[in-house]
Design a protein around this ligand. Structure first.
Ligand code: GLN
Length: 311
């Protein structure tokens, strides 16, 4: 087994980079252009806070769907598991992440899980606070505590683009209102969701989130921010649904909880061991980074990180 080192990560990046040609960059993200297609960066932070980085690890990208796991943690804190899962399901979904047809289930009309857009919008509708500003402030403070990065902020141009390109998400939210699934102010839930998607982070920040989940919800200052039973819920849902309709594939080939976003970001959390942050903006049709996915599979195999056993 190779030793985890900067040199090893440099080699792993070189091996995985060619997979970028199989994807394309999300045109709706205003901070992106085609020159970013071949970028690939990674940071790994171990349970003892050793940090290893390689490639384009300093690149900031919007959180996009990786923001969904933070929203879920806050909603679990605010309402507990039973109440949250009255609003959203916990089952994987075979459709694309922004599917609307799946909301027409005659049983419950609930979104399948919190890792898809409809589910994350319902989760956002639960997060407590007197206004969207206050709710977003809570979100950002929690994220700053987890990442130990006080400079995190939303990018205004990304936020405006989320609003301008938000027809599908608005449809999902109003559909849920029509079935009685989303009962709070729809525009406020959407606004919070759009803001969460627009927070800029780099590999180190993504790795910190993975490490936080892997190390029992303890922030870098040693404060326990979230109880174990909520962490267990979040990690189980990441494993079954975090990579959208490729989650089964990643569970088999990677074997630890991951969450991706259409910015090509991936958060990996290896329980008890490490957090992994990857940025590779070229994504496939399911919304997962092509080079980032290849890289995370390679890391799992080479470093023997699969929770279900090694090859
Ligand atoms: N902003 C994107 C959306 O709401 C995020 C989705 C994603 O990362 N899969 O559709």
């Amino acid at each position: 087994m190779p030793e985890l080192s900067t040199q090893y990560l440099n080699e792993a990046i070189e091996d995985s980079k060619p997979f970028a040609s199989q994807g394309s960059v999300n045109a709706a993200i205003p901070t992106f252009d085609d020159t970013m297609k071949d970028l690939l960066g990674v940071t790994i932070i171990t349970k003892d806070f050793e940090i290893y980085s390689a490639g384009d690890y300093k690149q900031n990208v919007p959180m996009q769907s990786t923001s969904k796991i933070i929203g879920l943690m806050l909603a679990l804190q605010d309402f507990g598991k039973d109440r949250v899962f009255q609003t959203v399901g916990m089952e994987p979904m075979g459709d694309f992440f922004n599917s609307i047809s799946s909301l027409e289930s005659p049983d419950t009309n609930k979104p399948f899980n919190p890792m898809i857009n409809a589910g994350a919008i319902s989760v956002a509708s639960l997060i407590k606070g007197q206004s969207v500003d206050k709710r977003f402030e809570r979100y950002l403070t929690f994220l700053k505590d987890i990442t130990e990065n006080d400079d995190l902020e939303m990018d205004e141009s990304v936020y405006q683009s989320e609003i301008a390109n938000g027809a599908r998400n608005r449809s999902l939210a109003y559909f849920m209102q029509s079935t009685g699934t989303l009962v709070t102010d729809v525009e406020e839930a959407l606004d919070l969701y759009f803001r969460m998607n627009s927070i800029m982070m780099c590999c180190n920040d993504f790795a910190r989130v993975g490490l936080f989940l892997a190390r029992g919800g303890i922030d870098p200052d040693g404060n326990k921010l979230i109880p174990d039973h909520h962490l267990r819920t979040v990690k189980a849902i990441m494993l079954t649904s975090g990579m959208y309709n490729a989650s089964g594939h990643f569970a088999v080939e990677v074997g630890f909880p991951c969450k991706s976003g259409v910015s090509g970001s991936v958060i990996g959390s290896v329980p008890g061991k490490m957090g992994i942050g990857v940025v590779g903006p070229a994504i496939d049709s399911k919304g997962n980074s092509t080079a980032g996915g290849a890289l995370i599979k390679k890391l799992s195999k080479d470093l023997e990180l699969n929770m279900f056993g090694i090859e």
